[in-house]
Design a protein around this ligand. Structure first.
Ligand SMILES: C[S@@+](CC[C@H](N)C(=O)[O-])C[C@H]1O[C@@H](n2cnc3c(N)ncnc32)[C@H](O)[C@@H]1O
Length: 308
């Protein structure tokens, strides 16, 4: 079972939409709604542009200049098609430009630049200071302090950082497995794989990225405005999964098994039986998974003015 990144991202889009914390989202968009003039936005680890599409669907009225960065060219390509289709649905006429899409409607201008770049290689245009940076399902896979110091440098004073769906250390499967200790060990390996992850030699946000992010924000020049849980409830309703939840669950089971397969402490036969039984429950609509995640909106602190 292999699922392409872009397909996985599209499958989880409606699940993410249901899961985003509504209070945190409201706090974020209320702040953005106060801004006059063009709103300059940066979405990091954009994938197929989920956050760009949310911005376009929001009630913001100002013109938008959005830069969306990801190092996966094929996800960006699918994102460009989806963004153009969405603009057309909203009554714009989307046109391609050298690095993305632009559109205009009723005096409002939208420009989206989709850049195939690693976060740490990306350099904003010299004069650019963003009003808004979004990082959705991203902070667990990058060195967080380094990413935050870049965001702090790139944001305008009181600019808004919206970091969402930050995995926070708990994946639970339902119903309880007949050998709970074995499943606990398998899920612990899954979290441990995130803790072991290194990017350019540095640890990433990892399995507890939500609470780590909350603490690091204060140390890197941000004030937390609102935060709350955005757990994935991938649970059947009357024996049926919602949206494309079954595809997400299939992909997650596969990833969880993959991490344990590499570990000498996990018996391969027991793991194969666990996977077969959990997969059968999934196919009959009996498996549930709850994944704990956090959403945070923070503002960049004002620069202190030094008086001589
Ligand atoms: C879990 S996906 C989230 C994508 C999107 N935000 C969403 O939720 O639909 C993480 C994305 O970050 C991208 N990514 C990972 N590390 C990156 C880096 N260092 N620089 C740029 N993109 C990165 C991946 O290619 C992937 O598209």
């Amino acid at each position: 079972m292999h699922i392409e990144l872009a397909d996985y991202l599209e499958a989880k889009f409606p699940l993410d939409e249901r899961s985003l914390n509504t209070d945190v989202r409201q706090a974020c968009f209320e702040r953005l709604g106060r801004k006059r003039g063009v709103l300059h936005c940066l979405d990091v680890g954009t994938g197929t542009g989920a956050m760009v599409r949310r911005l376009l669907d929001s009630e913001l009225k100002t013109s938008l200049a959005i830069t969306a960065v990801d190092h996966d060219a094929s996800a960006l390509k699918i994102g460009a098609i989806a963004i153009a289709a969405q603009l057309n649905r909203l009554g714009y006429r989307a046109r391609a430009h050298a690095s993305g899409i632009e559109a205009e409607h009723a005096g409002r201008q939208i420009r989206v630049d989709l850049l195939c770049r690693g976060l740490f290689e990306f350099e904003p245009a010299k004069s650019a200071r963003y009003d808004f940076i979004s990082a959705h399902s991203f902070m667990d896979i990058v060195p967080m302090a380094r990413a935050l110091s870049l965001f702090s440098a790139w944001l305008a004073q009181e600019g808004v950082l919206y970091a969402t769906l930050n995995y926070d250390g708990d994946t639970a499967l339902f119903p309880l497995y007949r050998d709970p200790a074995f499943e606990t060990a398998v899920l612990a390996e899954y979290d441990a794989s995130m803790e072991r992850r290194r990017v350019q030699g540095e640890p990433t946000g990892g399995a507890r990225s939500g609470r780590r992010l909350y603490s690091l924000l204060a140390e890197t020049g941000f004030d937390v405005a609102a935060y709350g849980s955005s757990d994935w409830n991938i649970t059947p309703r009357e024996g049926r999964y919602r949206d494309r939840d079954a595809d997400v669950l299939r992909a997650l089971l596969f990833m969880i098994r993959g991490e344990s397969e590499r570990q000498p402490g996990i018996d391969r036969d027991r793991l194969a039986r666990w996977y077969a039984e959990r997969s059968a429950q999934l196919e009959s609509g009996a498996l549930g998974m709850i994944v704990h995640q956090l959403d945070i909106v923070a503002t960049r602190r004002q620069d202190l003015i030094a008086f001589a």
